[in-house]
Ligand binder design. Structure first.
Ligand SMILES: Nc1ncnc2c1ncn2[C@@H]1O[C@H](COP(=O)(O)OP(=O)(O)OP(=O)(O)O)[C@@H](O)[C@H]1O
Length: 310
């Protein structure tokens, strides 16, 4: 039996193109989120199921077929936040995907630098394709132009909105005092405090770029795709922000510069998890490897200077 029973007409072509378009859109929706790994798993599962069918392994194909049906329901429950975000994105008006302007990015980086220098804790999520509306709704709605003094005032120790995270959409701060989901996938980042784990947690569920200034260590880091990057200095922070927001590094979900942690010392021990990430990779005992999936050459920028801290 041939794949196409009759000659290929325009309607078939349109059909194929629409399916290809839908698959591509589906890919764009999941890429950079924790759902991407699950999609890969489903593809492997489907591959085995098809192979079992082709080879006539009836028991196996029957078993996988039934497991697949149950699995579909499980996926809907498991990925409810992602599905909601995906639908929100589909229904979102066009033209809202513009990220922060160059000046806004500079101000974000400068503000984080100043906050970190003064050991004032800060948590800032920059929205990219995944809408952060549901997390913004947990805080106080704002509509403010990004500026260094404004961000410093927001996170100042006794300020009413200093607790929780700030959400940036385009060049505006749209919410403050927001509750982000805590990192959940495994125990990799267990030793970090809740601010860092909230940054990792949000980046695990969305494609947001999440900036953290540590109150305890005075350090600055970026969380992306469920992983916490290394300590950054001001120029590294600016460079990464530019790459993530303008160079569409979001399509790979990778931190463009992820210097390998150095072995030895308490600092290395604290940094060790970033060499691992939830996707697996070397264990804590071998902290010199770059994170799994780091693009070639990305470690060539060399490790940032050591900082003091806890
Ligand atoms: N789920 C959350 N969403 C947003 N912000 C949170 C969340 N959990 C904690 N925070 C923020 O983190 C602060 C506590 O930070 P904590 O000291 O536990 O974390 P940390 O990662 O060690 O950070 P630091 O290095 O700055 O001390 C809280 O006061 C609050 O502002």
């Amino acid at each position: 039996m041939s794949l196409f029973p009759g000659p290929l007409n325009l309607r078939d072509l349109l059909d194929v193109l629409l399916v290809a378009f839908l698959i591509y859109q589906g890919y764009l929706l999941v890429v950079g989120t924790r759902a991407a790994n699950v999609v890969r798993g489903i593809l492997v599962f489907a591959g085995v199921w098809v192979a079992a069918q082709v080879l006539g392994l009836t028991t196996l194909s029957e078993l996988l077929g039934r497991a697949g049906t149950v699995g579909l329901f499980a996926l809907v429950v498991l990925f409810q936040p992602e599905l909601r975000a995906a639908l929100e994105r589909v229904g979102r008006p066009r033209g809202r995907e513009t990220g922060p302007s160059g000046a806004a990015l500079q101000d974000l980086a400068r503000a984080l630098e100043r906050l970190a220098e003064r050991k004032t804790g800060a948590l800032i999520a920059i929205e990219r394709r995944t809408p952060l509306g549901e997390y913004a709704a947990t805080g106080v709605a704002l509509d403010a132009v990004i500026s260094v003094p404004f961000l410093e005032a927001l996170f100042a120790r006794n300020a009413p909105l200093h607790d929780g995270g700030v959400i940036v959409q385009g060049s505006r701060v749209v919410a403050a005092g927001c509750l982000f989901p805590l990192q959940s996938s495994d125990g990799t980042y267990r030793r970090y405090g809740t601010r860092h784990r909230a940054a990792i947690g949000l980046s695990e569920l969305t494609d947001a770029v999440v900036l953290v200034a540590s109150e305890e260590r005075g350090s600055m880091r970026i969380a992306l795709a469920g992983r916490l990057g290394p300590d950054l200095n001001g120029s590294e922070l600016r460079e990464q922000l530019r790459a993530l927001v303008y160079d569409r590094a979001d399509l790979t979900g990778e931190l463009p510069v992820a210097p390998a942690p150095r072995p030895g010392g308490r600092e290395a021990e604290r940094r060790a998890p970033e060499a691992e990430g939830p996707a697996g990779g070397p264990g804590l005992s071998t902290p010199t490897e770059p994170p799994a999936g780091t693009p070639p050459g990305s470690g060539q920028a060399g490790p940032p200077p050591e900082r003091g801290g806890a």
